[in-house]
Design a protein around this ligand. Structure first.
Ligand SMILES: [Fe+2]
Ligand SMILES: [Fe+2]
Length: 171
């Protein structure tokens, strides 16, 4: 890879890593805020699966000689608060939040596959696998009885994700 390609890969991988930091925070907060033991177990299981994604993106950043986002504690705290609110809104809404989050993450990974350097087969393989996993997470939440979120909520989530991705691309 050229230095320019390497920098692009690192920036995209940093964004994906932040996404996984947020996934940890969201699922943990949602597990804590439900009173249904079965749903709590489901969220805890999902958080464990996202741990793999977190490890893969972190490892890839290291291989690219790049740092994770310096704002990770802030991303974690913000996502935890949002996950907590989603959980307090009730189990169906909480599951609906998972469906929408995973759908947005999947779209954004799809976009990264378009932008990642063709020669960076390692990063591409990671993103491909995560994209498959996120689709599965979303489908599972849908099957578990997720409510459809109102459009303004979905737009707000998209906006928040946009702020996160644009910022994490740089720092
Ligand atoms: Fe993930
Ligand atoms: Fe996921």
């Amino acid at each position: 890879m050229t230095p320019r390609e390497r920098a692009l890969s690192a920036a995209l991988m940093r964004v994906d890593h932040v996404g996984e930091v947020c996934a940890q925070a969201l699922y943990t907060a949602q597990a804590l805020s439900t009173s249904d033991p079965a749903l709590r177990e489901r969220f805890e299981h999902a958080a464990r699966e996202e741990t793999d994604h977190l490890a893969w993106t972190q490892q890839r950043l290291r291989e690219l000689h790049a740092r994770p986002s310096v704002l990770n504690p802030l991303w974690y705290a913000g996502a935890f608060g949002i996950g907590w609110l989603a959980g307090r809104a009730g189990d169906a809404v909480s599951l609906g939040f998972v469906v929408e989050t995973e759908r947005q993450v999947e779209q954004h990974l799809h976009d990264h596959l378009r932008r990642l350097p063709a020669g960076d087969t390692t990063s591409r393989a990671i993103v491909e696998q995560m994209k498959l996993d996120e689709a599965r997470h979303g489908a599972a939440a849908r099957a578990a009885g997720a409510a459809t979120l109102p459009a303004p909520v979905r737009w707000t989530m998209r906006l928040a994700a946009r702020v996160m991705t644009v910022t994490a691309h740089r720092v």
